[in-house]
Write a protein that binds this ligand. Structure first.
Ligand code: MN
Length: 498
């Protein structure tokens, strides 16, 4: 995916009060800012200058066009001069693309010895943007407000983060996710309202009997299986028994065939992600292991046990992180290490962790699986590197979706794990193990998450604002009493507004 093909429209508000000469200067300033943003290596999308807006009709027209334009993923609004905000009502009422309000000023510094009323009248965003801000707040519209000079690296970074969130939001609109089989029997947190999700998030989730997938897998040619097995051998440290001519080679071929069939199914149905469940594998030789791992690495969303909310979130986070070093994967809080002063979580899954988060070259192995009653599945095994990371969980609270975030510190493997045949990550939740885990449980966070090495809480917070959903963060400042109160206050807020 190339984010540069996505456009963010730069809207500059003004009015006719100042005369043509001033408006020309406003336009020149606005163009200079757009050019500068497009030359900043940190802005991953294309910023598109739009002519200065001075009437309600122009504003409504540009908002309608932004809605219509397929590759326009959001707008940046800036009131260079005073743009009386009743002019914006019609446009803002219909705008349904994400908005960033850039509260900047063309001139960084006040020229103390030179400043006169002409300078003042050309540098009015200090009050012009307040007038605009009032209207957006009066209309209860979500937006991101970024404050500072347009060349300030922090300002660029905030625009960068927001534009990645907007790209993921755009990707969700009309996206299709497929579930093979239903939810894992009796599991609660992976359930949810798919109708509400489609209304709120724009993506659809539909099911296919696993037999439809089995048919696709059955039509994969031996040639294609040969080629993929060869690729496995080149790309991974492969167990000897899986090599051509060795005792378990047929299992590698079965795994490759599943991957190829799954990918064909996803391509044919234009799906951006999928879920499966070990309780419904009729006709599949193995539970998809390496297939799910590699398809995630290609950018598909995935989660196990029918967890479509996490599959969609994994996809969104992969789009958000396009081109950044590090990866994003489906994850599960698996096992705890409660050593005093060195407590941590071992994150993993039965098989399906994305190799984008791997440290070094994964090994490709085959081991028995205690559940599902199928043949031993082939899987990639690796550890993940140390560093700051993030766990994100999307849950359905009945009257709303809640996006729950926990900043964590991933730690390097401290021991060999010779008997653990799955990919894994070790991390320490912030602010500390006890507070982090207690807050997660109080908020109802799932055991399934998307684990990210390259996205920050701000990416996901911007994303939640676009979706208009609740977002709670567990991080270094989290205090349990305040956190409980935040959840209680949110409960009231979402009763009133949603
Ligand atoms: Mn699971």
């Amino acid at each position: 995916m190339n984010l540069k093909s996505l456009e963010i429209w730069f809207l500059t508000g003004s009015q006719h009060l100042y005369g043509e000469a001033t408006l020309k200067t406003v336009a020149a300033h606005s163009q200079a800012i757009v050019e500068s943003l497009n030359h900043s290596p940190s802005v991953p999308v294309t910023i598109v200058y739009q002519p200065i807006l001075t009437t309600p009709e122009e504003i409504q027209k540009v908002c309608a066009e932004a809605n219509r334009r397929e590759n326009c993923i959001g707008v940046i609004a800036w009131m260079h001069t005073f743009s009386p905000a009743k002019m914006w009502i019609g446009g803002l009422k219909i705008l349904h693309k994400p908005m960033l309000h850039l509260h900047t000023q063309f001139n960084r510094d006040i020229p103390w010895s030179e400043i006169d009323m002409d300078f003042m009248n050309l540098n009015q965003s200090a009050h012009g943007d307040r007038e605009f801000g009032f209207m957006v707040s009066r209309m209860r519209l979500n937006r991101k407000v970024v404050v500072g000079h347009w060349q300030d690296p922090e300002v660029l970074e905030e625009i960068h983060i927001w534009s990645r969130a907007a790209a993921a939001w755009h990707d969700w609109q009309g996206a299709r996710f497929v579930r093979f089989g239903d939810n894992m029997r009796w599991v609660a947190v992976t359930e949810g309202d798919k109708v509400e999700a489609e209304l709120k998030f724009g993506y659809s989730v539909n099911t296919h009997g696993v037999g439809d997938l089995v048919q696709e897998i059955g039509s994969v040619s031996e040639d294609m299986v040969d080629r993929l097995c060869k690729q496995y051998e080149e790309q991974y440290q492969i167990s000897d028994s899986l090599r051509k001519g060795k005792s378990r080679h047929q299992s590698l071929r079965d795994a490759a065939r599943i991957e190829l069939g799954l990918e064909r199914f996803l391509e044919a149905g234009k799906y951006k992600g999928f879920t499966d469940t070990f309780e419904d594998l009729h006709g599949l030789v193995q539970l998809p292991g390496i297939a799910a791992q590699r398809l995630m690495a290609k950018g598909y969303g995935f989660a196990a046990e029918g967890d479509w909310k996490t599959a969609a979130l994994v996809r969104a986070m992969k789009v958000m992180a396009t081109g950044l070093p590090g990866g994003n994967s489906f994850m599960e809080d698996y096992t705890y290490h409660f050593e005093p002063e060195n407590s941590m979580v071992l994150g993993s899954h039965m098989l399906e962790i994305c190799e984008s988060i791997a440290m070094g070259q994964p090994s490709c192995e085959i081991h028995p699986l205690g559940i599902g009653g199928k043949a031993d599945p082939v899987r990639l095994i690796f550890s993940a590197p140390a560093g700051p990371a993030l766990n994100a969980s999307m849950i359905d609270m009945g009257n709303r979706f809640r996006l729950l975030l926990n900043q964590v510190q991933a730690v390097s493997p401290q021991h060999e794990l010779p008997k653990l045949p799955v990919a894994r990550v070790l991390w320490k939740p912030l602010p500390d193990m006890k507070t982090g885990c207690a807050a997660w449980i109080l908020a109802g966070g799932a055991h399934h998450t998307c684990f990210s090495q390259n996205l920050t809480a701000e990416h996901l917070q911007d994303f939640a604002e676009m979706a208009g959903i609740e977002c709670v963060l567990i991080g270094k400042h989290t205090n349990l009493q305040h956190f409980k109160n935040e959840l209680r206050w949110n409960e009231i807020y979402y009763q009133f507004y949603f």
